[in-house]
Design a protein around this ligand. Structure first.
Ligand code: NAD
Length: 335
């Protein structure tokens, strides 16, 4: 069997087996066996009796109650999406709140799938870094400063995007703030601020993106809501639920109104995710633990698990899907 020169097995992986609580570096003697090599390229490997395609990025196994992980880097000619048909090829996408968290993940994944990405955020330094990271990765991106509550900034963001790239195909209304940043969960100022960013910001985004999408002959809008758009939660400002409920139903309204323009509008509802930058109570382990125990999958989601749902809805693969909601919550709402 040829030497596995195109497959690099990382040293004890930094990645985690996401479903398992106990992660240990593997014992050095316990290495995957290369199963199949074709034309010098590893096609499959075996680990602890399990067979994995070589493209598997991360594999893990359990022994004696412990989870062992291996990182597998595939160095075949261009394993990245650039080597195959890309799912957003030729599309221009604006992602609000693209400087951090789920928005950052969406920006990176969209760019890898061929989109030209406009990272729109109030955090200029971090937003520019994300755009630079995409550029360094071979993708196309630019940063634009956008406070989603400002109508004039929306107008400028759309104008500069269509000015630079000639079109707008996708808008992800992802920017948002937490319902737990203010311990006073009946603060009227917090009501105004949360509703303004999380709900009005989404309305303004759709209002100003739609004319540009009409000019492009259609488009896709994905609005990020939450499980909080379906159910209430303790110790969060009710404005968070109100804002996410508003996003959920205004997405349906927009879907109905703009279908004739070839514009699809859907909402995505993440569940228990890493805390937002503005989370306070909901970032507290004492709040998170009992909540996590009610999630059937018994873990929080990873940002890319939401980003891939957004990618699907933004892509032409979802061409007959509009006015609906995709819940990404490890089963939380199914109980
Ligand atoms: N983290 C969670 O548990 C969770 C769960 C469900 C839904 N969500 C929703 O997902 C979206 C992303 O959340 P996240 O966890 O990535 O949060 P995050 O705090 O990591 O990122 C939010 C981003 O929005 C930006 N932002 C905030 N106010 C803005 C404004 N006025 N204009 C433009 N940008 C602004 C921030 O700078 C930041 O880059 C939000 O809409 C959030 O409500 C989050």
């Amino acid at each position: 069997m040829a030497a596995p020169d195109r497959l690099l097995l990382d040293e004890p992986s930094q990645g985690l087996a996401p479903d398992l609580q106990d992660h240990r570096p593997h014992p050095p003697e316990w290495r995957p066996t290369i199963l199949l090599v074709e034309q010098g390229v590893v096609e499959a490997l075996e680990l602890d009796g399990w067979r994995w395609p070589a493209r598997t990025r991360r594999c893990w196994a359990i022994r004696g109650g412990s989870a062992y992980t291996w990182g597998v880097r595939d160095t075949r000619p261009d394993p990245s999406p650039r080597g195959r048909a890309m799912r957003l090829s030729g599309k221009v996408a604006i992602i609000t709140g693209g400087a951090h968290g789920m928005g950052e993940s969406e920006a990176m994944i969209f760019a890898r799938e061929g989109a030209t990405v406009v990272v729109a955020d109030v955090d200029e330094a971090a937003g520019r870094q994300v755009a630079a990271k995409i550029g360094a990765d071979g993708g196309k991106a630019r940063f634009t400063r956008l406070d989603v509550t400002s109508e004039t900034e929306w107008q400028e963001a759309i104008r500069s995007t269509t000015g630079a790239y000639g079109r707008l195909d996708i808008l992800v209304n992802n920017a948002g703030v937490s319902g737990s940043q203010d311990p006073d969960t009946l603060s009227t100022a917090s009501w105004d601020s949360i509703m303004s960013i999380n709900a009005k910001g989404v309305f303004l985004g759709m209002k100003h993106a739609v004319p540009a999408m009409r000019q492009a002959g259609g488009g896709a809008i994905v609005n990020i809501s939450s499980i909080s758009g379906f159910v209430g939660q303790d110790r969060l400002h009710m404005a968070y639920n109100a804002s996410k409920g508003a996003v959920r139903i205004m997405s349906k309204s927009a879907a109905v109104q703009f279908a004739r323009d070839g514009i699809r509008v859907n909402s995505v509802h993440p569940g228990f995710m890493p805390p937002m930058r503005t989370s306070k109570t909901s970032a507290d382990p004492a709040w998170r633990k009992p909540f996590l125990e009610t999630v059937p999958m018994r873990r929080e989601g990873r940002v890319e698990e939401v980003a891939y749902a957004v990618l699907f809805l933004a892509s032409d693969e979802a061409s007959y899907i509009t006015g609906t909601e995709v819940v990404v919550d490890g089963g939380f709402l199914a109980v």
